[in-house]
Design a protein around this ligand. Structure first.
Ligand code: PLP
Length: 403
């Protein structure tokens, strides 16, 4: 069980009022707030041991390098990767997926090859593949949805053929809050000898992630959605794939030797980490994952699940309520009558309640649902049932205004 009251004290931002009302922050799927320990960790870098990593022989550089590599070790443990060098630091999920599209695509994919994605992907797991399609002539195949807004696994099985080279799906939908059966999806792909990339942006904050159990070939997530700072993220890749793939960015740190005639590349993970990394963000990411570990990801998941189910129950009582999909995670998307999501969001904002409105970077999914957007409430470890009640009251008030 989480002690939410105590947890909230660790998040200074939650103490503030918005328009004179206590802040009710329900936009956690977009980004989470940061505990003091994470804020302190980043400050500590700049106040006590800031120096560029890996290159320096001097004391500060060694301290910074050790702290950064310790954070890599923390990430490895958190996601159950076999090796620390399978953990590549990126700017976030978006960059991680672009890395795979560019490097895996550049190394292994050619015209006529097929990549499977799903109908519920975030733009960051659609557009990089379209860009690759435009460059190389690959074909995208889309896993459709069932009537219940889950992935149609039977249709997925039928998408495979001798040209299928990669499957890329989201673990948890950022719109529907639905958890996809990724273990099954990976198993099916592997039975065809096809590797799988999992977009873990919306699962890492809420689900125990274990690469040994999942057997994903690539796994991407963003630090800022799991209580860490913005601008830092992770690409996990199996050693065999990362070793075989061409680098993504070129520059310092990713090389062993450079001459005008020839460059040889560094070993993993540095081959994919050109330039000065965001070591302060990496160190703070390590702290954030330690924070999650200290509360217990299972406890966080149970708490968020309870809030989501409570929210669904309460929301369903509102006249004209339409909830999309059957959320089983930490987010719920809905519309009320004919009220435009932006109007609903504005009214809730004036009550101090932060929700996300719009297409949630999933325009193809909105097209399938036949709507321009939704209102999305999403939960984190610090949210409470009282905040769900405030949301419900706010929606009822908006409904009355528009009636
Ligand atoms: N994938 C999913 C499912 C997301 O929800 C998001 C962000 O909302 C992303 C990818 C992109 O994450 P980022 O903007 O941190 O790179």
């Amino acid at each position: 069980m989480l002690n939410t009251e105590e947890i909230r004290k660790e998040f200074p931002i939650l103490e503030q009022k918005v328009y004179g009302k206590p802040l009710v922050y329900l936009d956690n799927a977009a980004t989470t707030q940061k505990p003091q320990s994470v804020i302190d960790a980043q400050n500590e870098v700049y106040t006590t041991f800031n120096a560029n990593v890996h290159r320096g022989i001097h004391h500060l550089s060694q301290v910074a390098t050790e702290a950064m590599e310790q954070a890599r070790h923390t990430v490895r443990e958190f996601i159950g990767a076999a090796h620390s060098h399978e953990v590549v630091f990126t700017r976030g999920t978006t960059e991680s997926i672009n890395l795979v599209a560019s490097s895996f695509g550049g190394t292994f994919l050619k015209s006529g090859d097929e990549v499977i994605i799903s109908a519920m992907e975030h733009h960051s797991n659609i557009v990089p593949w379209q860009m690759l399609r435009d460059r190389t002539g690959i074909t995208l195949r889309i896993i459709p949805l069932t009537a219940e807004c889950t992935l149609d696994i039977d249709a997925y099985k039928k998408l495979f053929n001798e040209r299928t080279r990669l499957v890329c799906v989201t673990h948890v939908s950022n719109v529907l809050g639905v958890t996809n059966p990724v273990k099954e999806i990976i198993g099916i792909a592997h039975s065809h000898n096809v590797p799988v990339l999992i977009d873990g942006a919306q699962s890492t904050p809420h689900i125990k992630i274990d690469m040994q159990e999942l057997d994903a070939d690539f796994f991407a997530f963003s630090g800022h959605k799991v209580y860490a700072p913005t601008g830092i993220g992770v690409l996990y890749g199996k050693e065999k794939w990362l070793n075989a793939m061409q680098p993504y960015h070129g520059g310092g740190e990713m090389i062993k030797s450079v001459s005008f005639e020839k460059t040889t590349y560094n070993t993993l993970p540095y081959k994919f980490e050109a330039g000065t990394p965001d070591y302060a963000g990496i160190i703070a990411l390590g702290k954030a994952l330690e924070w999650v570990k200290s509360k217990g990801i299972e406890n966080i998941a149970a708490h968020e699940h309870m809030l989501t189910q409570y929210a669904v129950e309460q929301l369903q009582k509102i006249e004209g309520m339409r909830i999309f999909g059957k959320p089983d995670g930490a987010a719920v998307s809905f519309l009320v009558g004919n009220i435009h999501p932006a109007d609903m969001g504005t009214i809730l904002d004036h009550l101090g309640i932060a929700v996300r409105t719009g297409h949630h970077c999933a325009q193809p999914l909105m097209g399938i649902l036949g709507i321009p957007g939704t209102v999305r409430a999403s939960f984190a470890a610090y949210n409470t049932k009282e905040e769900v009640d405030a949301l419900v009251k706010g929606i009822e008030r908006a409904s009355r205004m528009f009636a």
